[in-house]
Design a protein. Structure first.
Length: 255
């Protein structure tokens, strides 16, 4: 049920909430947005900034409603009184410009706001609990941007070896270690920085045995009992699931 004590004016001031609006209220009520957005607030120098807590709510609404662009979100906020007031703007003239939305959303992405909020929620609600099972899987995230071209390896730097056993006394240079070999001896931050996160093309085999491809990214998740996601890593779509398994295990263990 919706916790009206967190939004005391919901019953009196707003129209009946739709299913999406109820989900939005429930999601926002679980977060301490003021605490997490205080680093983005106006510090007293220059022109006063728009309230970042309100923009953070709009950032969440964009995900809940699955809006593809900020422009679509702004148009919906101007036409929907309920969502607009839930985000903190009384009338449509108070809604910031599209450029302000873009700057704020870029700040949230660069500052890893959503990851920090998720980490705080997991530690608060699940940190003291014993997880009996951890399920690890990934899902495709399609994107509208163009995939970046991969840089081809320079074969001249690594001359092709002759087939068969090398001659006696010949020194053979060892093969460079693979990512999986290095991950076990590195920290979580080092492993995460090593994972590719650019947009590219991914391919996987579905439940019917057919291969499907998409352009975008891949979201790797660790879920505990109750289907609660406790760790998440976003990588390039082409990355194999095994490459993100150790970083996910490290992240889940820390939380």
């Amino acid at each position: 049920s919706i916790q009206y004590k967190l939004f005391p004016w919901l019953e009196e001031e707003l129209d009946p909430l739709t299913e999406k609006e109820q989900i939005f209220v429930q999601v926002v009520s679980l977060m301490d947005l003021k605490t997490h957005t205080k680093d983005y607030d106006w510090c007293g120098i220059g022109r006063k900034r728009d309230d970042r807590a309100n923009l953070a709510k709009a950032f969440i609404a964009k995900a809940v409603y699955n809006f593809e662009t900020s422009k679509i979100l702004i148009e919906y906020l101007r036409s929907c009184k309920n969502l607009r007031r839930l985000c903190g703007w009384e009338n449509k003239f108070e809604i910031p410009s599209e450029s302000t939305f873009s700057r704020a959303f870029s700040e949230f992405s660069e500052g890893r706001l959503s990851q920090k909020i998720h980490e705080a929620m997991v530690e608060k609600h699940c940190g003291s609990k014993l997880a009996g099972h951890v399920s690890r899987d990934s899902t495709a995230i399609e994107a509208r941007e163009k995939p970046q071209k991969k840089e081809h390896k320079d074969n001249q730097l690594q001359p092709k070896r002759k087939r068969g056993r090398p001659r006696k006394g010949k020194v053979v240079s060892p093969k460079p270690p693979k990512r999986l070999d290095l991950q076990t001896s590195r920290t979580l931050e080092e492993n995460l920085n090593d994972l590719p996160d650019t947009c590219d093309v991914g391919t996987k085999t579905n439940s019917k045995g057919h291969k499907t491809s998409w352009v975008g990214y891949k979201l790797h998740l660790d879920c505990i009992d109750g289907d609660i996601p406790v760790s998440a890593v976003l990588t390039s779509a082409s990355l194999h699931d095994s490459q993100a398994a150790i970083p996910l295990a490290q992240m889940t263990s820390d939380r």
